[in-house]
Design a protein around this ligand. Structure first.
Ligand code: MRU
Length: 354
């Protein structure tokens, strides 16, 4: 089945040597593309969330490295100097957002590609551009595999799948991880439906997930974050699938704030709770979720809605962008290499060997 949306969130433009991306700050009011022409602009696009979602910011990082290489090649043709300046830009790009490991994965992959290459500076620039495009195309293929693997887990015909935040086409290059599972499941059974958490404070569920699903004519019902227990208690949710920003070696998973609450509520009601993510989201250098850095975001995201304060002036605020769901609450991790089950230390290690 072909879906209408065909969203391509981020794409390298070879003719103009720039990165073109969907501006996610204006969805659902507008669907607009923006051109990112420099590595500094890319840093800002990631930081301000013009581009967001772990796999999408990974590709943004890869494109950012290609842009940085283009800039540096205007200043020097000496390889040592080029690599030194490129390394500095790599660290700068990685600092744009700390939790999604796909950003570090893609930027490091780009740097390592040229680090020891016997190539001229101009050849290295071309290698970084080409590899950015390879990673871009691979991302869609990986998501389709995740989607097909996850569709097998949908427990019944006409199931209701609950998701949190946006792990869809717009969080990746296309198709999506958690929403990839939904798309593949819907292609097999068009009576399934989705319940989407609004996802306070940035409303990725309300703004982006509903936008994507409505565009693809997949039935979606928007609920507020506190409603999941109510609907599970009524037996109205058959499965939860969410994305991930970083998965530790033991399966502990960082994802959008509120995911942990959802996992607890799902487990209490015996609703299977799955993570859908590519292997590039698994950080085997981190043993448990305790070591995952959690982004603290602007307090105005909590105190303001549409630019207007909704609370008493001077109130204290804490705004972590992500939380960590312990591995015991996760029934399976859906990857491009199949569904990983506990004990995750072992299944993750095996997946990387495949
Ligand atoms: O802050 P965001 O919008 O970048 O957070 C996105 C999420 O938490 C997604 O669930 C996660 O990145 C997985 S995207 C396939």
């Amino acid at each position: 089945m072909e879906f209408k949306s065909k969203i391509k969130t981020i794409e390298w433009n070879r003719a103009k040597n720039l990165s073109r991306m969907v501006d996610q700050l204006v969805i659902p009011y507008e669907y607009k593309l923006v051109d990112i022409k420099t590595s500094n602009e890319m840093f800002n696009a990631i930081k301000t969330m013009i581009v967001r979602g772990a796999p999408a910011i990974g590709i943004a990082g890869a494109h950012g490295m290609a842009l940085a290489a283009l800039e540096i090649s205007q200043k020097t043709t000496k390889k040592d100097e080029f690599l030194k300046l490129l390394k500095e830009k790599a660290e700068f790009l990685k600092s744009a957002r700390p939790t999604a490991v796909n950003l570090m994965w893609a930027v490091d992959k780009q740097y390592n590609l040229v680090k020891n290459a016997s190539a001229s500076v101009n050849e290295m620039v071309q290698m970084l551009i080409d590899n950015g495009i390879v990673l871009e195309n691979e991302d869609i293929e990986i998501n389709k595999k995740i989607g097909d693997n996850g569709a097998e887990l949908v427990p019944k015909k006409g199931a209701t799948i609950l998701t949190h935040c946006n792990a869809g086409a717009l969080a990746t290059v296309g198709y999506g991880t958690a929403l990839g599972v939904v798309r593949s499941a819907f292609a097999k059974d068009n009576t399934i439906q989705v319940f989407a958490d609004e996802t306070r404070p940035r409303q990725q569920g309300a703004r982006i997930t509903t936008f994507e699903l409505v565009m693809d004519n997949i039935p979606v019902t928007l609920i507020t974050d506190g409603m999941s227990g109510y609907f599970m208690n009524k037996g109205m949710i058959d499965m939860v699938v969410v994305g991930a920003d970083r998965i530790a070696a033991n399966g502990d998973t960082a994802n959008k704030i509120g995911t942990y609450n959802l996992a607890i509520v799902a487990n209490y009601h015996n609703v299977p709770f799955y993570i859908a993510a590519p292997l590039s989201t698994i950080d085997t250098s981190i043993e448990t979720g305790k070591d995952i850095p959690i982004e603290e975001r602007d307090h105005e995201e909590v105190t303001h809605i549409n630019g207007k304060s909704i609370c008493a002036d001077g109130v204290k605020v804490i705004n972590p962008g992500f939380d960590v769901t312990p591995h015991e609450l996760i029934k399976g991790i859906i990857t491009e290499k199949g569904v990983l089950y506990p004990p995750y230390n072992e299944s993750i290690e095996k997946a990387f060997e495949m």
